[in-house]
Structures are given as structure tokens and as C-alpha cells.
Design a protein around this ligand. Structure first.
Ligand code: GLN
Ligand code: ZN
Length: 762
């Protein structure tokens, strides 16, 4: 008989009410000391473990917890600290840890970028001039902690060597092989100690196998795992993949490890197994419950899949979520205010673990044992399918009547831009910002009070107007050319629209970690999306009334709204995207009628949503581009459409970016150290573009020299006639003083460079 047990891959770090975030931020503000931070976070960590234990999870992950990011944790464990942080070897201090993540007065932070196709960000390891060594055995200490404090025989989690090095953006295979040779002995050292501690299983995360890797890299990977196996033959290693099919399934399942973890939600692992089999000597860890959405699963259907696996696998079967639960909120039990119908369909991390336990019992001991849980799930699903809830015929009609003219601007860019230049009369190298301005704690307090009814809507709106007025004055004084209203009315760029469009609902505590202590609360799409009422017009029109400079209208694009929402799983992606686009189009038309002539439609999440498997890219990009064009194409020739994207690696989606047909794009650049600029050497891009000239994720104010350098570097390849000057991203997480100082420096730099810029012209 095969043995069936339940497991988890990772649990949300942030606590039910974001206690983790509060502790971190208090520490950074100097309000609590290190010992207190460590104590508070230990309580959170143990509580997370205890919950999994009480739910009845057999194999509980340990070491998945982090004070910032698990990729940074891995770097720190191996002493991989960039030279500029003056690290002298030995255990890395907490100050250094946060310095690498956030930057200091003297040293810029390491680059941060998105973790596969999620909205979680990791700190990119910098592997130049390093002498790595094991500075601490993190997984071991977390394993021991769980054992001593709670009697849990946990499953230490490590980021695997192939994924770690690939995430460091090592392109060249020879270099990759060298680094792998350096790191494998260190991994072995860590694993040996785990072997000695007699841990039952170690989870080695290798999501990179969901991507298209070269045969070279796969050969190195196989060799690496062979070396590891020879060194720790008695350690049970579970090679864990997620987010996608294992592209080279046949090769990877033959690696000498004791277990393989596959994702049975994203991609098609079942048919791979049916076609190619599964090695008899290995344990299969089946990621059967979706770790990326917030919906209850169809348990009967999932059981059918598991039954099939049970026939194929001869060894042990581990039942688990498809990914770490890091990407979903903690518990639905706090959502008492949500529509009961929707509540019934939800499953956050805790509820997903309960589903795992139910499935494990059913598969092990028969469905009868958990009859009522199964019945309950089936009924809830049926209710969703039958309900008229959220259905909107009119929207479907509109979608059916779309034609090509709906996705094309009236004239091509080269014609439009002439009209626009004439209309706006902006100086060379126009300066602007990305949209949001500092959200002070006072602003957040007023908003909370208003939400609780302690401040009237009139008072709140007056507060927002005062904020806008103050910042329009500041921007005018600084000398920016295109202004923004500052987005003070928005907590979050997606949630704000979610609250106003039909088809959405919002949760109260549905937070997930985005980067560092920053959490986002994705809205929830439960039905057909449509325009209900103007969403942004009042604030922007007010801002425009205060200045003669153009103020940008500011919207979030369809793909970003989609990717940063939890979308109900019975709605087809393309349909939802186009529904959002049609709703945004209505908003854009009202802005235009109200004389807002520059409208920015942000798509920061376009890149991150790319499927891991490149074969699936064209379809994804096509849908994203169509939806963007559908939203933005109806405007007049001299209305200027802007878009904004965060984070680099744009070279491979260049065509799609061009295809958006936005008149101006601003892109985050400064942390990727000019890599992006090289892209423009190889590609012709005729539209206008602003490459972020300073990093906004770090509290550090840039020097004028630095900014000038960044601009000059860009002007080596991009014509000054098409170049804009702006920060990397929105400024809402920064404070007022540092923002004013940084923007003034930016504008000063622009003014200096303008004098000579035309001499750069190619
Ligand atoms: N307009 C948004 C802001 O400035 C864009 C944020 C983003 O790119 N993530 O905050
Ligand atoms: Zn951005």
C-alpha cells in the first residue's frame, strides 16, 4: 500500500493582520530594537507553524519564513553581500541584511525584481567579486526551533542552486558552471548538517524548471544533483517545482533525488505523467490545490486526479498546494463583511490547508470519511455556476460587437506626435513623475477614519483636495513640466478601481506580500466587469484647475487590474481583460471631455504575468496588447496616451510594448543599471520614452551627478527629442522631504542637460 501524507510548501509570513509588517516598519523607524523585532517575528512564525500543526498537516515547511525575502535569505546564508556594504565576513548582521534590501546613505540597494509570474519581488543576488561561504545554517536553525518549541518535525525549505543562480541573472553558461561549482559544496555543507540532524525531508525549491532552459544548463543541473546525492545519500531531498509544467519533464524526473514536487494546477502535469510515467523509486508530491487563487477547489474533481496518480505512483504520495501559500491571504475568517454568497466560495491559506487535509483523508481512507466536507464543496460550486450573480448581458453584447477600429488610434504615431508637440509645447526632455506622491501617515489615518465613519465624506474629500492643492503648488515650484494630482485618494492602484467598477468586491484583510514589508490587497473579480460611474475625474479635474501645466489623468491598465486581482476561476481571461478595457475606455472618454489631454494607463504588471513557458507568451501578450488598445484608442489625435511599467527585462517583450501604441512610456530602469538602455541600441523605438533616472524604492536621495549620469547614459542611445525625465516609479512610499529634494534634483539635472542635449542627436 502506498503511503499518503499531507504537506505544505510555505505559509504567508505577514500574520493575520499584517503584524509582521508593523513590526518591521517600527524597527526601521527606530521605534523598536532588534531584540524586540526578533521576538515579535518569532511569535508570528511559531504561530504560523502551530496553525499548520493544528490543521493536521503532516509535513510542515520550516525556514520559509523571512524578514524580507527568501532569495536575500539565501544570499545572506552564503555570505553573498555586495562589496559596497562593507561586509567583513561571518554571520551577516540584521543591519547589513536590510541595507542590501533597502539601500543606505552611501550604498544603493540591490536590484529588486519579480518572482516568476507573481507580484512578489525578490532581491537579485549580486555574484561579482564574492567569496561565498556558509555563514549560518538557516534551514537547520528553523528546523531546530520548530522541534524544540512545538515538537514539529518540520520540512526545511531551501532555494535550490539552479534557481538561485538563474535568478542572479547569470546568462553565460561557462560562468554559470563555474558559479555552480562554487555553490554546490556550500549547499552540501548545509544539507549534510540537515542529514546529521535526521530531518525526514528537505524541500529544495527549483521553480526554474518551469522555464525553458538550455540543454547545457540541464546537464549542469543533473551533475549538481548527482554530486549532492553522493554527498548526502541518506537525506530525502524533494525537488520542488511550481507555477508551471516542468518543461524538460523527462530529464528532470530522473535527477537523483528521492522526491519530485509537481504543480497539478498550472500546466498539465497529469498528462506528462501519463505519457512519460513517473519513476518507481521516487515519491511524488502533488500540488493539487491552487496556491495562487482564493477560491475553494472542486474537491471531488481534485480527488479524481489524485486517484489516477495513486494508480501510477508506487511509492509515497504527498498531497499539497500547487505553490507556497505566500501568494494568498491568511484566513477568510476575518471577512465577515463580505457577501455571504462570496464568502462561501472563498478559501485562503488556512482554508486551503483544510482542503489538503480533507483530500489526504479521502484518498487514504475513502471518500466516505469526509463525506460532508466533499458535499459542501460540491454544493458551493454548483451555486456559483447556477447563480445569476454578477452576470451582465449588456457587456457581453459590447464584446461581441467589437471591430478593428476599436483597437486602432485615428492616425499613426508619427502623425499624432506632431499634433501633440504643437499642442503641449513642452520643453526638450520634459520632466514628470509616475503618478503617486507621498502618502503620509496622517493621510492614511484620515482615510481609515473616513472608512469607519468617524470623518464625513465632505471632510475627507476636502482633505484630498488640500493634498492635491499642496502638491500642485510644490510641483509648480520645483518646475516639473507635466504634473500629477498625486493619487492621495487611492490606497492601492488596483483596489481603488476594484471598489468602483461593477463585478468586483473587496476583502478586509486579504493582504499578500509584494516586496519587503509592502503588502497589497488584491480586489476580487466575481462577475462581469463594467463601468459604473466616473472613478478618477473629480480629482484630476480639480488638480488641472489649479495650474496651467498639463496634469495627467491616471488609470490602471486592464492587464494590471487583472493580474493584481483575484479573478474567479470560471471567467475566461480574455473576456475579463476586454471587459475591464471597455470600462476604462468609458472613463478615458470622460476625462478627455473634461479637457484632460494627457492620460496615463499604467501596466506595471504586464511583464510579470508572462507565462514561464515561452511557448505561451504570444497568446498572453496578444490579449494584453488588445485590451490596452481597446481601452485607449478612441481618444483624439492630440490627446497623449502614456503608460508606465516597472522593472526591466524588456528586451524580450519589446514588440508587445511597441504594439501598445502608447505615445509615451515610462519604465523603471535605475536598479537594473542601464541594461535596458542597451535594448535600444538593438531595436528601433520611435515613440517617446522615459527611463527612470532614480530609484524610488530606496529612502536614499540621489545626487545630481548620479541623475545626470543616468540621463547622459540614456541619451547615448535614445534621441533627446523622444526622451522624458522621470523617477522609476510612483512616490507614495517615500516621505515628503526626500521626495521634494529628489524631484528638485531631478529637475535641476534636466535643466542642465537640456542646454547641451541636442548635440547628442544621432
Ligand atoms: N501610477 C502608479 C503610481 O505612481 C504606478 C505604480 C506602479 O507602477 N506600480 O503609484
Ligand atoms: Zn512602477
Amino acid at each position: 500500500m502506498i503511503k499518503i501524507i499531507s504537506s505544505n510548501l510555505g505559509y504567508p509570513r505577514i500574520g493575520e493582520k499584517r503584524e509582521w509588517k508593523q513590526a518591521l516598519e517600527q524597527f526601521w523607524e527606530g521605534k523598536i530594537q532588534e531584540t524586540e523585532l526578533l521576538l515579535i517575528t518569532k511569535v508570528i512564525r511559531l504561530n504560523n507553524l502551530k496553525k499548520q500543526q493544528e490543521k493536521g498537516i503532516d509535513l510542515i515547511p520550516v525556514g520559509d519564513f523571512s524578514l524580507y525575502d527568501h532569495v536575500l535569505d539565501t544570499s545572506v546564508m552564503f555570505g553573498v553581500i555586495p562589496e559596497r556594504f562593507d561586509y567583513k565576513g561571518g554571520k551577516v548582521s540584521l543591519d547589513t541584511y536590510f541595507a542590501v534590501a533597502r539601500g543606505t546613505k552611501n550604498a544603493v540597494a540591490s536590484e529588486m525584481t519579480k518572482w516568476f509570474n507573481t507580484n512578489y519581488h525578490y532581491i537579485v543576488p549580486e555574484l561579482e567579486n564574492i567569496q561565498p561561504s556558509v555563514t549560518e545554517n538557516r534551514p537547520l536553525s528553523f528546523y531546530q526551533e520548530a522541534k524544540e518549541e512545538l515538537g514539529i518535525d518540520g520540512k526545511p525549505v531551501l532555494l535550490g542552486p539552479i534557481t538561485y543562480l538563474k535568478l542572479a541573472k547569470i546568462q553565460d553558461d561557462v560562468h554559470f558552471e563555474k558559479l555552480l561549482e562554487t555553490f554546490i559544496p556550500l549547499y552540501i555543507q548545509v544539507l549534510k548538517e540537515l542529514e546529521q540532524a535526521v530531518v525526514s525531508w528537505v524541500q529544495v525549491d527549483e521553480p526554474i524548471f518551469g522555464m525553458n532552459l538550455s540543454p547545457q544548463i540541464l546537464t549542469f543541473a543533473k551533475k549538481a544533483y548527482e554530486t549532492i546525492h553522493q554527498a548526502v545519500p541518506n537525506l530525502n531531498i524533494l525537488l520542488q517545482t511550481y507555477f508551471e509544467n516542468v518543461v524538460d519533464y523527462k530529464k528532470v524526473v530522473d535527477f537523483p533525488v528521492q522526491g519530485i514536487g509537481l504543480d497539478f494546477v498550472h500546466g498539465d502535469a497529469l498528462s506528462f505523467i501519463q505519457e512519460h510515467g513517473f519513476p518507481h523509486d521516487k515519491v511524488l508530491a502533488a500540488g493539487i490545490i491552487n496556491g495562487r487563487n482564493i477560491w475553494r477547489a472542486d474537491l471531488e474533481e481534485r480527488l479524481d486526479v489524485l486517484e489516477q496518480l495513486k494508480q501510477i505512483v508506487t511509492n509515497k504520495l504527498i498531497i499539497q498546494p500547487s505553490t507556497s501559500l505566500l501568494h494568498v491571504p491568511v484566513t477568510k475568517k476575518l471577512e465577515q463583511e463580505i457577501d455571504p454568497f462570496i464568502y462561501g466560495g472563498l478559501a485562503f491559506a488556512d482554508e486551503k490547508l483544510a482542503e489538503i487535509v480533507t483530500l489526504t483523508k479521502a484518498l487514504d481512507k475513502g471518500r466516505d470519511l469526509v463525506k460532508s466536507a466533499l458535499k459542501d464543496a460540491t454544493e458551493s460550486l454548483k451555486q456559483w455556476k447556477d447563480a445569476s450573480f454578477g452576470k451582465n448581458q449588456e457587456v457581453h453584447q459590447k464584446l461581441e460587437n467589437l471591430t478593428d477600429t476599436d483597437i486602432n488610434r485615428k492616425v499613426i504615431f508619427s502623425e499624432r506626435i506632431k499634433k501633440q508637440k504643437q499642442y503641449f509645447q513642452l520643453p526638450l526632455l520634459p520632466t514628470t513623475t509616475i503618478g503617486s506622491l507621498p502618502q503620509t501617515s496622517e493621510l492614511k489615518k484620515v482615510r481609515t477614519k473616513w472608512r469607519k465613519g468617524h470623518v464625513t465624506t465632505g471632510e475627507y474629500e476636502q482633505y484630498i483636495r488640500d493634498y492635491i492643492k499642496k502638491w500642485i503648488t510644490i510641483q509648480d515650484q520645483i518646475g516639473l513640466d507635466v504634473l500629477v494630482h498625486g493619487e492621495p485618494e487611492r490606497t492601492d492602484m488596483v483596489e481603488y478601481f476594484g471598489e468602483k467598477l461593477n463585478g468586483f468586491t473587496v476583502t478586509k484583510f486579504g493582504w499578500v506580500q509584494s516586496y519587503g514589508s509592502r503588502c497589497v490587497k488584491p480586489p476580487v473579480i466575481v462577475g462581469d466587469v463594467s463601468f459604473a460611474k466616473p472613478m478618477t475625474v473629480k480629482e484630476v479635474v480639480y488638480a488641472q484647475s489649479l495650474t496651467t501645466k498639463p496634469v495627467k489623468g491616471m488609470l490602471t491598465g486592464p492587464t494590471t487590474i487583472y493580474n493584481w486581482s483575484f479573478v474567479h476561476d470560471d471567467l475566461p481571461r480574455k473576456t475579463v481583460l476586454n471587459q475591464i478595457a471597455i470600462a476604462l475606455k468609458a472613463e478615458i472618454e470622460i476625462l478627455e471631455e473634461s479637457n484632460i489631454k494627457i492620460i496615463q494607463v499604467d501596466e506595471p504588471a504586464l511583464r510579470e504575468g508572462l507565462p514561464l513557458d515561452r511557448n505561451k507568451w504570444p497568446a498572453y501578450l496578444d490579449d494584453a496588447v488588445t485590451a490596452f488598445r481597446l481601452a485607449t484608442s478612441s481618444v483624439e489625435v492630440d490627446t497623449q496616451i502614456h503608460t508606465h511599467m516597472c522593472y526591466s527585462n524588456f528586451e524580450d517583450i519589446f514588440e508587445a510594448i511597441d504594439g501598445l501604441d502608447a505615445d509615451v512610456i515610462s519604465i523603471e530602469t535605475s536598479r537594473s543599471h542601464g541594461n535596458l538602455i542597451a535594448t535600444f541600441e538593438d531595436n528601433t523605438y520611435n515613440k517617446e520614452i522615459g527611463l527612470g533616472v532614480y530609484d524610488i524604492h530606496s529612502p536614499r536621495v540621489p545626487s545630481i551627478e548620479e541623475i545626470k549620469q543616468n540621463i547622459n547614459r540614456a541619451l547615448q542611445t535614445i534621441s533627446p527629442n523622444q526622451f522624458w525625465i522621470n523617477p522609476d516609479c510612483g512616490l507614495k512610499t517615500r516621505n515628503e522631504t526626500e521626495t521634494i529634494e529628489a524631484l528638485q534634483t531631478m529637475v535641476d539635472a534636466a535643466k542642465i542637460i537640456r542646454k547641451t542635449a541636442l548635440s547628442y542627436q544621432k
